[in-house]
Design a protein around this ligand. Structure first.
Ligand code: GLU
Length: 308
């Protein structure tokens, strides 16, 4: 696949074309701190394995990482627990909203996959149980991947989610009742909300996930962040489950492993090439950013990026 030498003009053109679509979406409001975000901001960055970062719009504006944090937690838990993890969480698409509770009851407290809320809370339990300071360990991991020491968790978003996290608490207590959560639930939820509250920008996010486009190796440093097999597995899970209830459509139309978050960002892995991170807060009815979806779809089509 031949990527143009300078992608920034194309990114700018797509952003200008699709930004008006923001009007069709709604900013997430079930976490009150997220509802205060300016809906008209949008940015995109495309980091490539050779170290280039192309960007347009508000690519350096911080936003709330939210569900995209599930990728980093998952990689940490896979590194820590190995294949034992897959006895406690499955790897199937859920076909249910990201915070659904019914399936968890039927399936005896084993979450369908690690990128729906129940699965990510399970992963948070693994981290809390295996690190003496899991919140710091998470930030340290992310900082090393972004090569940015200033990445932090936004306390306002964290507290807002702690206060309004009843559904996530219900998921955690249900799993605990089935014996699938080891640590105390409040501690697990604190970790989960803290990682969701991470403030990051498109450039940092795209750079941080390059190892998933490069068989587990961080380009530049050569550090093996996770095994090649696990990088492939994370990408497989993102391809089937990363875009909430629109994962099938995203695979069909775009064809890239991707994860979205209710903060309005979508990150897409382009194996052997790089990582795209796009952000615009208003969401469609599935919880995916309207503008980021369109922008990544068109970019993938123009450049022929589908892995299928
Ligand atoms: N912290 C959010 C929640 O648990 C994450 C949801 C998301 O981005 O999908 O509800």
């Amino acid at each position: 696949m031949k990527i143009p030498d300078n992608l920034s003009p194309l990114l700018q053109q797509l952003l200008t074309e699709y930004q008006p679509l923001a009007r069709e979406g709604k900013v997430a409001s079930y976490i009150p701190a997220l509802a205060q975000v300016d809906p008209d901001q949008a940015g995109v960055a495309f980091a490539t394995l050779d170290g280039s970062v192309f960007k347009a719009g508000a690519a350096e504006q911080l936003f709330s990482l939210q569900s995209v944090s599930k990728i980093f937690g998952l990689v940490m838990a896979m590194n820590r627990l190995g294949d034992e993890l897959w006895q406690r969480v499955n790897m199937e698409p859920s076909g249910q909203p990201f915070n659904s509770i019914v399936q968890l009851e039927w399936e005896h407290g084993i979450p369908r996959n690690p990128v729906i809320n129940a699965g990510a809370i399970l992963v948070a339990d693994v981290l809390v149980s295996h690190y003496s300071a899991s919140k710091t360990a998470f930030l340290t991991f992310l900082r090393s991947l972004c090569r940015c020491e200033t990445i932090y968790a936004d306390n306002k978003v964290y507290l807002s989610e702690l206060e309004h996290g009843n559904r996530n608490a219900a998921l955690a207590y249900l799993m605990k009742s089935f014996g699938n959560i080891e640590s105390e639930v409040p501690q697990v939820l604190e970790h989960y909300f803290h990682q969701c509250a991470t403030a990051i920008n498109c450039e940092q996010l795209a750079t941080s996930l390059l190892f998933l486009a490069n068989r587990g190796v961080q380009p530049g440093s050569g550090i093996q962040v996770c095994s090649r097999r696990d990088a492939h597995r994370v990408n497989a899970i993102l391809s089937t489950s990363g875009m909430y209830d629109q994962s099938g459509e995203f695979a069909f139309k775009v064809g890239l492993p991707a994860k979205s978050g209710v903060g309005g960002c979508i990150v897409a892995i382009v194996p052997q090439v790089g990582v795209i991170a796009a952000w615009s807060p208003p969401l469609n009815r599935f919880g995916n950013s309207v503008v980021a979806m369109q922008l990544i779809s068109k970019l993938a089509e123009e450049l022929g990026l589908s892995i299928f």
